[in-house]
Design a binder for this molecule. Structure first.
Ligand SMILES: Nc1nc2c(c(=O)[nH]1)N[C@@H](CN(C=O)c1ccc(C(=O)N[C@@H](CCC(=O)O)C(=O)O)cc1)CN2
Ligand SMILES: NCC(=O)N[C@@H]1O[C@H](COP(=O)([O-])[O-])[C@@H](O)[C@H]1O
Length: 221
């Protein structure tokens, strides 16, 4: 975006909202040139809504169980989002598969954080699947959202070791610590106009990123 004004951001959640909190903290510290103008949850009474309320951010619940179809929910969700005129939509633990019509509407300005080293382990239950496969490392990817589930071009990736005795919970906690580093970084780069999507590829500083995006050096964080 790289405008003098902060980038207008709408964050979609489904649960705890720890990634939302990382973005709120970055904005409040003046480290992120963003203005989170709304938080929208598909589930009621989740902790992420309390985080938004505490930060003074308008929060809405669009309960997907109240809609007859995925298309009907997505249409209502799009109308709700567009009311806030966002320049960026951030999926932060948002747990609904979005229809192609919806993803096309926001293509190039919608990010997701996925708890695996994409393109490995798309979908759900990634930590347990990595453990079951005997992986020695795991990690997290921020990617642009496209119709292909978790198939959009990666923007930023961080790797963590799988340690002896790890279970899904301990591995998830190690991964999440990196989520709270790379998501604010990716959002910052987008807001600065450095990170963008063009012709189905992610670019950083006008240079095409590879299949794994920008690989964070996690030894520094
Ligand atoms: N079209 C797309 N939609 C979504 C993407 C995407 O890249 N393209 N990213 C996901 C986020 N995600 C993983 O990062 C993900 C979220 C949800 C599911 C899923 O199977 N959801 C089920 C319901 C599960 C539940 O409610 O617990 C469903 O929608 O039926 C898979 C991956 C967000 N959407
Ligand atoms: N497929 C999407 C997915 O699994 N996302 C994962 O949900 C968690 C949400 O945490 P949060 O609500 O505390 O940000 C995060 O760990 C994120 O990687």
């Amino acid at each position: 975006m790289s405008s003098a004004q902060p980038t207008r951001v709408v964050v979609l959640i489904s649960g705890s909202g720890s990634n939302l909190q990382a973005l709120i903290d970055g904005q409040q510290r003046g480290q992120l040139p963003i203005d989170i103008v709304a938080v929208i949850s598909n589930r009621p009474a989740v902790r992420g809504l309390l985080r938004a309320e505490h930060a003074g951010i308008p929060a809405e619940v669009l309960d997907h169980t109240r809609y007859d179809s995925r298309e009907a929910f997505d249409t209502a969700l799009q109308e709700c989002i567009d009311h806030y005129r966002p320049e960026l939509v951030v999926l932060a633990g948002f747990m609904r598969i979005l229809t192609p019509t919806f993803t096309r509407h926001y293509e190039g300005r919608m990010l997701n954080i996925h708890p695996s080293l994409l393109p490995k382990y798309q979908g759900l239950h990634t930590h347990q699947r990595a453990l079951d496969a005997g992986e020695s490392e795991h990690g997290v990817t921020v990617h642009f959202v496209t119709a292909e589930l978790d198939g959009g071009p990666p923007a930023v990736q961080a790797r963590v070791p799988v340690l002896p005795g790890d279970d899904a919970e301990s591995l998830a906690a190690r991964v999440q610590s990196q989520e709270h580093v790379i998501y604010p970084l990716a959002v910052k780069w987008f807001a600065e106009g450095r990170l963008r999507m063009e012709s189905g590829r992610a670019l950083l500083n006008n240079e095409p990123l590879g299949p794994n995006g920008y690989l964070m050096d996690t030894t520094q964080s």
